[in-house]
Design a protein around this ligand. Structure first.
Ligand code: THG
Length: 271
């Protein structure tokens, strides 16, 4: 499973001020720490609300690439911002994201077509996030009709079923799990990605909730998570779960992660 580091995000206060003040050291350190903790991709989001998101994201992309050599996940609700940044990446990026909102589909699909870039698709539309599995499937089908028309193969589409906070909706996580199961049956080639932290919002000891959820989601076939890789217990759980589900030939990933200290039986929240 792909770990996508979430911390370079302009909605976080400290990251926002580092972006605004062009603090390269702060961003490069965040990039380095996430990769050292096990991130294979880094999400980059320049949504500080400061009104120059495109320029900020280009700066972020360059700064992160000066620190680490991993592919990026370009995170913006505005297709024009993704369009501005995409020419500056060293490795094929993930595009985060499209949704059932027609403006986002129209803006992003031409950028992604013919580029081999995986695209994350949120199961929401102009009416918001539907509560039930059935409506989420309808949005997924609408999105897939258009990604296919644009020539994007299903294997490059990462559906984000949107886990809602279990503190506000008792079945917020379960609906995401059921959505993965139902969609995988219908379209076995598509992939799944989740923004993990949502699920535990508002609760104490959030990492425990994140861990319980990710084990279940991996069983359903989760391929990627946008998460905090410094939660070491969570990274432990990912490696352990893939191993017991028979997805780690010769226990190779698990043993390598142990040797390189990506996993550890006495987890700490890394800083
Ligand atoms: N799906 C997709 N992309 C996404 C999300 C998603 N991108 C943004 C977001 N959701 C995932 N990224 C983050 C980044 C940081 C934090 C949470 C999600 C985070 N939040 C602090 C917390 O949860 O405690 C609070 C903020 C703060 O400290 O100010 O760290 O769902 N495709």
């Amino acid at each position: 499973m792909l770990i996508i580091g979430e911390k370079i995000n302009g909605t976080l206060k400290k990251t926002a001020s580092a972006i605004t003040s062009r603090n390269r050291g702060f961003i490069m350190d965040l990039a380095n720490r996430q990769v050292r903790a096990g991130a294979a991709y880094l999400d980059v989001n320049a949504g500080t609300g400061g009104g120059k998101e495109a320029e900020d994201l280009v700066w972020l992309v360059k700064t992160v690439q000066d620190a680490v050599d991993v592919p990026l996940c370009l995170d913006s609700a505005d297709p024009a911002v993704i369009g501005a940044a995409i020419g500056h990446v060293k490795h094929t990026p993930m595009i985060n994201s499209i949704s059932g909102e027609q403006a986002r589909l129209d803006g992003i699909l031409p950028l992604a077509a013919g580029k081999d870039s995986p695209v994350i698709a949120l199961l929401l539309d102009d009416a918001g996030i539907p509560a039930d599995v059935e409506k989420r499937l309808t949005i997924a089908i609408k999105i897939l009709r258009q990604t296919r028309e644009a020539g994007i193969p299903d294997r490059h589409v990462y559906i984000d079923p949107l886990a809602l906070a279990v503190s506000t909706r008792q079945d917020g996580a379960l609906i995401a799990l059921d959505t993965i199961r139902a969609l995988k049956e219908e379209c076995p080639e598509i992939k799944f990605c989740i923004g993990l932290s949502n699920v535990s919002f508002g609760l104490p000891a959030r990492t425990l909730v994140n861990q319980a959820f990710i084990a279940q989601a991996i069983r359903e076939g989760l391929d990627a998570a946008i998460m905090n890789p410094m939660e070491q217990g969570l990274v432990n759980m990912i490696y352990g779960t893939e191993l017991v589900l028979g997805r780690d030939r010769f226990c190779r990933h698990y043993t390598q992660a142990f040797r390189s200290e990506i996993i550890d039986p006495n987890p700490v929240v890394r800083s």
